[in-house]
Design a protein around this ligand. Structure first.
Ligand code: SAH
Length: 353
């Protein structure tokens, strides 16, 4: 049974069994095991990462994403250096240990611009810096590592290559795939993060099992898993599933399905840092800590200035409960305590034993 298979020995048929499990008592057992693995490997602390969505410009056409370049309904912004550094100060003042910069695929975020900001933060603060700026050239990734960036997050979204190519129109990008990029980043000494969306139309259980096995093979330092949320202003917005996929093979984009994948990620990658994602809160109500009951140990409060937050509209409902940063943070801290957990101190990087 699963209790005996805690440390990475769970195989594909076990994974598939759990992905398809419907019995709520059995699932509670899965979540409990994931919590035991979490407590035994990364402890009781919940690390907070201050998220800053620095630009919603994007030259890509990902069929699911609200900030794809063809969406003319949103107005575009790119934060300037002063705005970014002021936001970083807020994150530092709030006592967090990590700042995360995220953006669309935006070549307007110049190599030197990001390098200068990273270098300033590393010189003047104790914050860890994580970047999630999409597909960039080897030179960019190396320059930012030299400037002091600690981590890079790049979700591979799905390991099903047909599905991947169906939902990502040929990208003008760098000519290397996300797996190659992750390997390159790892070799440069970044902590690497990746992840998937759950319930993409056309996504089958078998491919999620493969995704989980890849998390383990890559020995990911960070794993982000969130439900796919249809966005009405995207081509995928109203498609329920791809033609040719039997209804019972389509993975649902539900809270329960996402929690199963979170729990399995924890059991299979015991030492990874795993956030309770905001997409998961969006499908389950406003509760930010929902993933803390099934293996997550990270929450990422959003520090993007309010004037920009609604414009970083990757999926609906993402910023529906716009609150002042400190209120949002207060709520998150309260939830963490309700779960009997403590707030992590310091950068909260990957623990390796
Ligand atoms: N351009 C960067 C950052 C993208 S936004 C990159 O591609 O890596 C960060 C994440 O938002 C994406 O990785 C994707 O997993 C998620 N996302 C985008 N559209 C979504 C949707 N409709 N539902 C759920 N998640 C979505």
């Amino acid at each position: 049974m699963i209790e005996k298979k805690l440390h990475g020995h769970i195989n594909k048929s076990d994974i598939l069994k759990w992905l398809k499990e419907q019995d709520t008592h059995e699932l509670e057992r899965l979540y409990d095991v994931s919590e035991l693995v979490r407590a035994g490997n990364v402890g009781n602390s919940v690390h907070l990462r201050g998220l800053v969505e620095i630009s919603n410009h994007c030259i890509y056409q990902c069929k699911y994403c609200g900030i794809r370049s063809a969406n003319r309904k949103i107005s575009r912004y790119r934060m300037n250096e002063d705005e970014i550094l002021k936001t970083v100060s807020k994150i530092e003042d709030a006592g967090l240990g990590t700042v995360v910069f995220q953006s669309g695929e935006d070549p307007g975020l110049k190599t030197d611009f990001i390098a200068r900001i990273v270098s300033w933060i590393k010189t003047n603060t104790d914050l860890a810096v994580a970047l999630s700026l999409g597909e960039r050239t080897q030179d960019d990734i190396a320059a930012w590592r030299s400037a002091g960036a600690d981590r890079y997050l790049l979700k591979f979204e799905t390991s099903d290559t047909d599905l991947y190519h169906d939902i990502h129109l040929s990208s003008p990008g760098s000519g290397w795939d996300r797996f190659e990029m992750l390997k390159y980043m790892k070799d440069l000494g970044y902590e690497i993060g990746s992840g998937i969306m759950i319930g993409i139309p056309g996504q089958v259980y078998d491919s999620i099992a493969d995704d989980l096995i890849l998390f383990r093979e890559f020995d990911l330092d960070m794993i982000a898993v969130g439900p796919y949320i249809p966005h009405p202003d995207t081509p995928l917005g109203n498609r329920k599933r791809s033609r040719g996929i039997p209804v019972d093979e389509q993975v649902p984009n539900t809270e329960q399905m996402t929690k199963k994948v979170l729990a399995l990620s924890r059991i299979m990658c015991a030492q990874a840092n795993i956030p309770s994602t905001s997409a998961l809160s969006a499908v389950s109500g406003s509760f930010r800590g929902v993933g803390l009951s099934c293996g997550a140990n990270v929450v990422m409060p959003n520090f993007t200035p309010l004037e920009y937050r609604l414009k970083y509209d990757i999926y609906p409902g993402k910023s529906s409960h716009i609150e002042a940063v400190y209120d949002d943070l207060k709520k998150i801290l309260k939830e963490i305590r309700l779960f009997g957990r403590e707030v992590g101190r310091g950068p909260g990087g990957r623990i390796r034993e």
